[in-house]
Design a protein around this ligand. Structure first.
Ligand code: PLP
Length: 357
């Protein structure tokens, strides 16, 4: 028998990205919005879908969508690049600015896809460590950036899975270091609207910075795949060369554009979740668990007396699913819980109290 075709060695050795799903009543494991977008949004999308020219390719430049997104951030469409989820944005960025012989820097613990997508695109990964309480350590970022001169440096604020918000002064300092070595800084703001700080204010024509956002979390639209970045016009032009033609289908463009008619509803949803997050944190503080302050729609905890594995399983037995991070490097013994509806959060708190006593 002939041997099977082999993928590139780096891919063959890879584990792939897993986010296990189980049939449970309370799903608090993937940071989705617990509420759907408003009924008016769904009706408006259905109406627009009725008018799609299905026999034609969609608008390749997604001009309406990018214009509306740009308005949200006070920039023109030429500074916006949209794709199928912010993961496709990150992949396109790495296909363009990373690749063989190039390097990306990450500061762990952080979002696993930054290093995973780097490796998939043949980009070497250098890893720096975060400091106490998972905050950025400027001396460490300086050491990594000046010694490796990465083409791409990733930050994530609010960070996943820790919820930590990077100090804006630190982000500015990292940007200076990155500029100094001719690199590009990508700040992943998937949870941007859950927290007032943003790197958007640092953007500029000659600034090597992009900020990514997604519709999956605050916009309650994980079911549509849509994300974007805001950055300099010249950079968006390079990305457009790399991404597949017509990658953003007509329905995604419509859903993303119509969603922006419901900014108030989004902001109210976000406010409800932030209030629930603070309630969760306050309740968790009364239990034998370590809790990290969060600027996102989830909270990282470390049970102090019962092992995280046992807590996770006993929560599943009570039909509550949270993310088990306990085997992730630097997050030994940790669980991450997404903020749900008040009822879901009560179910979680009740189950956790039972499990811990
Ligand atoms: C959820 C998440 C994303 C979103 O990915 P999509 O592909 O847009 O769904 C990106 N970055 C971080 C840090 C996330 O947590």
């Amino acid at each position: 028998m002939n041997p099977r075709p082999m993928p590139r060695e780096s891919i063959a050795l890879m584990e792939g990205y897993h986010s296990p799903q189980l049939e449970v009543e309370v799903r608090l494991n993937t940071n989705e919005s617990p509420e759907p977008p408003p009924a008016e949004f769904r009706a408006a999308v259905a109406d627009a879908a009725d008018r799609v020219g299905w026999h034609r390719y969609p608008d390749r430049s997604a001009m309406r969508l990018r214009t509306r997104i740009g308005e949200l951030h006070g920039v023109g469409p030429e500074q916006v690049f949209a794709a199928n989820g912010s993961n496709e944005v990150l992949q396109t960025l790495l296909l363009t600015y990373g690749g063989a012989g190039r390097t990306a820097a990450v500061f762990e613990p952080t979002y696993a896809l930054h290093s995973h997508l780097s490796r998939i695109t043949g980009t070497s990964v250098v890893t720096g460590e975060r400091g106490p309480a998972f905050a950025l350590d400027i001396d460490e970022t300086r050491r990594v950036i000046q010694s490796h001169k990465p083409e791409v440096t990733f930050l994530c604020s609010p960070n996943s899975p820790t919820g930590v918000v990077d100090d804006p002064a630190d982000v500015g300092e990292v940007l200076g270091l990155v500029s100094g070595v001719g690199g590009l800084l990508c700040v992943d703001e998937a949870y941007g609207q859950f927290n007032p700080q943003s790197a958007m204010s640092l953007l500029g024509d000659e600034v090597p910075l992009v900020v990514t956002r997604t519709y999956s979390k605050t916009w309650a639209m994980a079911g549509a795949r849509l994300g974007y970045l805001v950055g300099p016009e010249w950079l968006v032009g390079e990305l457009e060369k790399v991404v597949l033609p017509y990658h953003l289908d007509a329905m995604t463009q419509i859903a993303g554009t119509v969603a922006l008619d419901y900014v108030d509803a989004m902001q109210q949803r976000v406010q409800r979740l932030v209030a629930e997050r603070e309630r969760l944190v306050a309740e968790l503080a009364k239990m034998p668990v370590e809790v990290w302050p969060s600027g996102a729609n989830f909270v990282l905890i470390r049970p102090e007396e019962v092992s995280a594995e046992v807590v996770w399983q006993k929560l599943v037995d009570r039909s509550v699913l949270v993310r088990n991070c306990s085997s992730w490097p630097r997050l030994e013994g940790c669980l991450r819980v997404t903020v749900g509806t008040p009822r879901e959060n009560d179910r979680f708190l009740e189950a956790l109290r039972e499990v811990l006593t």
